[in-house]
Write a protein that binds this ligand. Sequence first.
Ligand code: BTN
Length: 260
Amino acid sequence: MSAEIYSSGEIRRGLATSVIGRRVLFYPRLASTMDTARQEAKSGASEGTVIIAGEQTRGRGRLKRPWLSPVGNIALSIILRPDIAGLPCLMMISSLAAVRSIREVAGLKARIKWPNDVLIGGKKAGGILIENEVKGDRVAYAVIGIGINVGLRTADHADIAGIAAGLNETAGREISRAELVRSLLEEFERLYLALPDGQTIYEEWRDNLATLGKKVTATSGKDVMEGIAVSVDGNGALVLRRPDGTMTRVVAGDVTLREG
Ligand code: BTN
C-alpha cells in the first residue's frame, strides 16, 4: 500500500501553471472523470479545471472500451475551451505531455502508438480519450481524459497481462503520482499555450511515434486496411502505403491499429 499523499492540495502545492489546474477537484472514487468533467463543463467550469479520481468504477477508453482504473493509477480529465482550429492538435498535446512527464518524473522512455497510446517497452502504460462538444463553428468545451498506469500490478489482471505496463513495476520504485500529475499538467500547459505554433508540436509528436515504418492493420467497423505506416500529416492523420502502392490517409476517430 502506498504511503503517498495524493490529494488536490498535494497536487496544487508548487504547481507552476497559470491555466491548467487552477482548480483541481479530487474525488477518491468516481464512475468516470469524463462524466464529472462534462457536468462541470456544462455548468460553466473555467478552462483548465481538472477532475481527478483516486479510482474509477466505470473508466472508459476509446471505441467504447472499458478502461481499468484501480487505486494507484492516474485518472484525470482536463476541461478546455479551445478555438475550433486547435482541436486536431489536442491529441498530440495530450500524448506528448504524458510522454514528457513520464520521462521527467519516472525516467522511463515512453513513446506514442498512433494516435495517442502511451507505450513503455512496447506495452501500453497510458491512454487518452478526448470528447468535444462543438456547436456550429464553436467549441463549447473539450474534455481531455488521461489515464496512466502507475501502481498497476499487471499480473493481477489476466486480460491485460502481457500488453500493459505499470510505471512502478517498470521503474522498480514507487513513482509519486502527485509529482507526475504536476509535471503532466505543466507540460500540458506549455504545449497548449504554444498552440499557435502547431508545427513544432506536430514535429515532436511525430518524432515520438513508435508506429512509423511499421506494418499495420487499421480497422474501422467492418473495413480493414493493411499497409506500411509511412508518415503522419499536420492534423494527425496516419498515411498508409497499401500493398498496391497507393497511399491512404487514416483519421483517428473510430480506428483501431494493430502493428506487425
Ligand atoms: C484509451 O486508451 O482507450 C483511452 C483511455 C483513457 C482513460 C482515461 S482515465 C481518465 C479518463 N476517464 C475515463 O473514463 N477515461 C479517461
